[in-house]
Write a protein that binds this ligand. Structure first.
Ligand code: NAD
Ligand code: AKB
Length: 318
């Protein structure tokens, strides 16, 4: 087992809950400290309730557990952020400052998740390059652009080993999403497996970059474990998995459930999605630290349906 002592902030969220389990397998349960402002129903023995906006509480936790690595996942996502812009800015920026300052003081290695939300209408829509104009339309996107630049600043000025990925929308069966524009692509599988019709809040042809949870976790751990000299970008790396629209995911699901019905009622999230790329060029991540996605839409659909069926079956029989 490896020697790191890892703090996960936002461990009760869509990514954090899955990342916690994978890191525990790889590093050992007593090397991983999950923390969140919300206490999970099934609480890990080492779980710590933490409001990351409280820098004294954060410092106490880091000292108590001799933390050497932090995955800072706590944030307010795009759709929720548009409903509460000032709160989103406060949480997203002040949490990052608290974590960056501590990383500087204690030489802690840091993971900061960015997003395709950094791009706006001025960026090329297809195969959006690593270096494209960053003119986001959401407070979430603005906070991620600012966050990326602060990460680079702390790296260049103070030598903080901070690493970052611009995640596409993440889809997994293990956990539910927390208020984003890409959430429909998780909800649609739950509806199909439960035998319900689904109404998409994005219109049928709105194509977005997405990634399966297994690939997202693989990329996250790979960038953190890569040798320092391979990490040449200290803002954030573009990352690509797959791209599809609501109608394409519906058709993929209909191969398993031919009677599955989907209708479309676009809401305010449609405008957010329209401002984002349709596909991403991740050649820098491939060249620098060997990234390559392995799951496509139909593979994801088969795996999501298989696992959600088991999940709902065990809930019914419990
Ligand atoms: P999520 O909303 O599911 O989870 C975030 C967690 O942070 C929640 O459990 C929440 O309780 C916690 N949190 C919020 N405020 C907190 C605070 N003050 N102190 C401590 N914990 C707090 O989000 P996620 O989908 O797991 O995303 C994790 C990170 O990845 C975020 O930074 C997000 O911007 C980024 N990201 C996610 C996606 C995606 O599709 N899920 C895509 C791109 C980027
Ligand atoms: C969201 O939709 O807000 C997130 C993201 C792509 O950052 N899933």
């Amino acid at each position: 087992m490896k020697k790191e002592k890892i703090l996960i902030i936002g461990a009760n969220g869509q990514i954090g809950s899955v990342l916690t389990d994978v890191l525990k397998l790889q590093y050992g349960s007593d090397h991983v400290i999950p923390s969140d402002i919300r206490v999970p129903e099934k609480k890990d023995q080492l779980f710590e309730r933490l409001d990351v906006l409280d820098k004294n509480q954060l410092a106490t936790l880091v000292n108590k557990h001799n933390i050497t690595q932090i995955y800072h996942l706590a944030a307010i996502l795009s759709a929720k952020g548009e409903l509460h812009p000032q709160w989103a800015w406060d949480v997203n920026m002040n949490s990052l400052f608290n974590v960056l300052e501590l990383a500087k003081e204690k030489s802690i290695q840091l993971f900061f998740p960015s997003s395709i939300a950094v791009f706006g209408k001025e960026a090329p829509k297809n195969q959006t390059p690593q270096y494209a104009p960053l003119t986001p339309t959401t407070v979430y996107g603005i906070s991620k652009v600012a966050g990326e630049n602060w990460c680079q600043y702390y790296h260049d000025k103070y030598g903080v080993d901070v690493r970052s990925i611009r995640y596409p929308g993440i889809i997994g069966y293990q956990s539910l999403p927390g208020g984003g524009t890409t959430d429909y692509a998780v909800e649609i599988y739950h509806a199909a497996v439960k035998g319900e019709a689904y109404t998409s809040f994005l219109s049928e042809n709105t194509t977005l970059p997405m990634i399966y949870m297994d690939d997202a976790i693989k990329a996250t751990i790979a960038i953190m474990e890569a040798p320092q000299e391979q990490i040449k970008i200290r803002t954030s790396y573009n990352l690509s998995g797959m791209s599809f629209s609501p109608i394409e995911i519906a058709q993929s699901i209909q191969q398993h459930y031919p009677d599955f019905k989907v209708s479309y009622a676009p809401d305010f999230r449609e405008a957010i999605a329209q401002s984002w790329p349709s596909s991403i060029d991740d050649s820098a991540a491939r060249a620098d630290w060997g990234w390559k996605a392995s799951v496509d839409l139909n593979m994801m659909t088969s795996d999501m349906i298989k696992n959600l069926k088991m999940k709902y079956l065990s809930t019914v029989s419990a």
